[in-house]
Design a protein around this ligand. Structure first.
Ligand code: NAD
Length: 352
C-alpha cells in the first residue's frame, strides 16, 4: 500500500466485505485536516481489485483538492463498491455498506457517484447518518436547506467558471452572442446548456444519445453535431460534460475553442495534457475547481445549516477562485492545473 503510485499519504484506507450481501468495498480517506472526508461512492465492475484500489485512491485525493478549493469545511475521501450496478445491486448491499460507513464514526461522509442513485443513498441512510445526496423530500426540516440532485448546482458553477474564463481571456464575461460547444447533455450538460441559452449564448451540442441532443437543440435553437466533431467546433468555449479523459494526445491538437471549461471529472487523460493545453494557448479551467457546485450542495445538505441562498453564493464564488488561478498561471507561466493543485495542497497544509 505505502508504495502504491497513487498512495500520496492517505490517512486511512479501509476495505470491508459482507458475505450475506456480497459487498466488497474500499473506503479511502485521503485527508481530514479540513474536516470529515467527503466524497461519493462509486459502484463499478473493475477488471480486478487492484484497479478498484487505484481508482479509489486517485478519486479520494481529488476530493481533498476539490473540497479545499471550494472552501468547504471538508476533507477528501471516496468509496468504491466492487460489482456490476446492473446485476449486483440490492438495498441490503447498500445497507451493509452504510454499516461500514457508520463504523468510521463520521470520518467519512458518503454520497452518490457513478453507478449509485438517490434510491441507493436512501438504503445507505437506513444504517448510517454520514450520508448526503438523499432525495430532497426525505428528513424533516430539510426544506430550507440544500439537497437533492446536485447537477443543477454543478451547472451553475460551470456557468460562473465559463464567465471567469471569458473575462480573463477577452476582458468581458458577457455570454450574449458567445458560441459554446457542449459535449454531454445529461444532468450537468443539459442544465448548463439551458443556462447558457437563457444568458444569450449560441450553442452547438453533442450527446451519444442522439435523440436527447435533438430534443434539447429544438428547445434551445441549437446546432447538433456527432460525437468527436464537437471538439473541433470553432467556438469561444468547449464545455466537456460527459466522460473523463477527453483531453488527450488526439483531441488537444484538434480543439476548436481557445477555452476549455466544463463539468466532466478527470478531463485530462494524464497530467501532462495540462501542459499540452497551455502550450497550445488553450485556457483550461481545472475540472475539480469548476465542477464543485454539486459537492457544495452536498455539503450544505449534510451540515443542514446553509440556506439555498448560501449554497448559491458559494457556487458563484467558483468564478472568483478560477479568476485567481488564471491570474496566477499567467503571472508564473505555469499551467492552470498545476497552479490549482499547488493552491489546493497549500490550503490543506500538504507539501506542495
Ligand atoms: P449523466 O449521466 O447525467 O450525463 C452524461 C451524458 O453524457 C449522457 O447524456 C451521455 O449520453 C453523454 N455522453 C457520454 N459519453 C459521451 C460522449 N463520448 N460524447 C457525447 N456525449 C456523451 O452525467 P452527469 O451527472 O451530467 O455528469 C457528467 C459529468 O460531470 C461526469 O463526468 C460527472 O462525473 C461530472 N460531474 C457531475 C456532477 C453532478 O453534479 N452530477 C458533479 C461533478 C462532476
Amino acid at each position: 500500500m505505502f508504495d502504491h503510485a497513487a498512495f500520496d499519504e492517505h490517512e486511512h484506507v479501509h476495505h470491508a466485505t459482507d458475505s450475506a450481501t456480497g459487498l466488497r468495498c474500499i473506503i479511502a480517506i485521503h485527508s481530514t485536516r479540513l474536516g470529515p472526508a467527503a466524497g461519493g461512492c462509486r459502484m463499478w465492475s473493475y477488471a480486478n481489485p487492484g484497479a478498484a484500489l487505484t481508482d479509489v485512491l486517485r478519486l479520494a485525493r481529488g476530493m481533498s483538492y476539490k473540497n479545499a478549493m471550494a472552501g468547504l469545511p471538508l476533507g477528501g475521501g471516496k468509496a468504491v463498491i466492487l460489482g456490476d450496478p446492473a446485476r449486483h445491486k440490492s438495498p441490503a448491499l447498500f445497507a451493509a455498506f452504510g454499516r461500514v460507513v457508520e463504523t468510521l464514526g463520521g470520518r467519512y461522509i458518503t454520497a452518490e457517484d457513478v453507478g449509485v442513485t438517490e434510491a441507493d443513498m436512501s438504503a445507505i441512510a437506513t444504517t448510517t447518518r454520514h450520508v448526503a445526496g438523499l432525495p430532497r423530500a426525505s428528513g424533516a426540516g430539510r426544506e430550507q436547506t440544500a439537497g437533492g440532485d446536485p447537477s443543477p448546482k454543478t451547472a451553475r458553477g460551470i456557468l460562473a467558471g465559463i464567465q471567469a474564463a471569458l473575462a480573463h481571456a477577452t476582458g468581458s464575461d458577457a455570454l450574449s452572442g458567445r458560441h459554446v460547444a457542449v459535449q454531454g447533455l445529461g444532468g450537468v450538460g443539459g442544465n448548463l446548456a439551458r443556462l447558457l441559452h437563457a444568458a444569450g449564448a449560441r450553442l452547438t451540442l453533442a450527446d451519444l444519445n442522439g435523440e436527447r441532443a435533438q430534443r434539447l437543440a429544438a428547445e434551445l435553437d441549437a446546432q447538433v453535431v456527432d460525437g468527436e466533431q464537437i471538439l473541433r467546433i470553432e467556438a469561444d468555449v468547449f464545455a466537456p460534460c460527459a466522460l473523463g479523459g477527453v483531453l488527450n494526445d488526439d483531441s488537444i491538437p484538434a480543439l476548436g475553442a481557445p477555452i476549455v471549461a466544463g463539468g466532466a471529472n478527470n478531463q485530462l487523460l494524464e497530467d501532462r495534457h495540462g501542459e499540452a493545453l497551455a502550450e497550445r494557448g488553450v485556457l483550461y479551467a481545472p475540472d475539480y475547481v469548476i465542477n464543485a457546485g454539486g459537492i457544495i450542495n452536498v455539503c450544505g445538505e449534510y451540515l443542514g445549516q446553509w440556506t439555498e441562498a448560501e449554497v448559491d453564493r458559494r457556487v458563484a464564488a467558483i468564478g472568483d477562485t478560477l479568476g485567481e488561478i488564471f491570474r496566477e498561471a499567467k503571472r508564473s507561466g505555469r499551467p492552470t492545473h498545476r497552479v490549482a493543485d499547488a493552491m489546493a495542497r497549500q490550503r490543506i497544509g500538504l507539501e506542495v
